[in-house]
Design a protein around this ligand. Sequence first.
Ligand code: ATP
Ligand code: FE
Length: 347
Amino acid sequence: LTVLGIESSCDDTAAAVVTEDRRVLSSVVSGQAALHAAFGGVVPEIAARAHAERLDLCVEAALEQAGVGLRDLDAIAVTAGPGLIGGVMAGVMLAKGLSAGTGLPLVGVNHLAGHALTPRLTDGIGFPYLMLLVSGGHCQFLRVSGPEEFTRLGGTIDDAPGEAFDKVAKLLGLPQPGGPVVEAEAAKGDAAAIPLPRPLLDRPGCDMSFSGLKTAVLRVRDQAVAAEGGLRESLRADICASFQAAVAEVLAEKTRRALAQADVPVVAVAGGVAANRTIRAALERVAAEAGVRFLAPPLPLCTDNAAMIAWAGIERFRLGHRDGMDLAARPRWPLDQSAAPMLGAGK
Ligand code: ATP
Ligand code: FE
């Protein structure tokens, strides 16, 4: 099987060609960070227009780089949700057009399933395993026991960790995206310098909360500004280090609990926050203590991309899934409802 994947659910326009024997023949990602930078967040309307403008070019580039034509494909997989609806619609419409024009089967894919199934593409692991998805928009533990069998063990009840990194960067006058910048600052600071909360650690279960951490950082900043008229560079570094340590500790402890519940031989991470070395190291320690394997796919396959969509499409295709022209774009699509959405069935 050779499948074209199309992804446009957030701020990356992407297309990729992947084979059933786990070869990524191409993976083209056109990011929109520069378009949204001035607004301090992704602007849905701007994102949708950019997707509409770029999707054709991305697909063309993905086919060319893979050295295949449409006639060499066996199916077209497309993110049908969840995400910003204008972008998802742009991708779904293109996929329907390609399917109608070529006669190739169409497979609608859940974006989160794409992330969750990535370690099967990169490392060829079997089921079951535990997936920690930590990105700018998501934070959840999934026990993955089949291509369409996901059990949510817990997740954030407010912000995602990446979002918290981004907001903390903003509070401290650092550029976006905040994750890498805060990590670099943290390397210069003392993680024990500022006492910050460890939200929900005192409660049982795998749910997490990160918005309180951001508020605590805001308080420390305002106190410093009131007392000293500004934020000393060393204090900024200490705040970053202390914040990062708090996030890492919460994620590590909740991963320990999720592993205790899940009874699996592998824990994998996906999402942009998995790039953070302190967080990664904390998770690796937890996995080692629990005697399970730790997997982090290469970063380009951890963040939003279309190779994961093509792969999830392959997994669904092998189970016999085919979608028709009634495939709907869904802003919300919880993973435990794995059936492909029908038109009008979206929430
Ligand atoms: P989605 O949630 O739909 O997957 P997204 O674009 O928000 O979309 P990703 O592209 O996976 O998610 O990740 C981006 C997020 O990861 C941003 O919030 C960014 O700050 C964060 N991030 C990136 N690098 C690091 C890092 N080194 N440390 C912490 N956070 C990071
Ligand atoms: Fe994503």
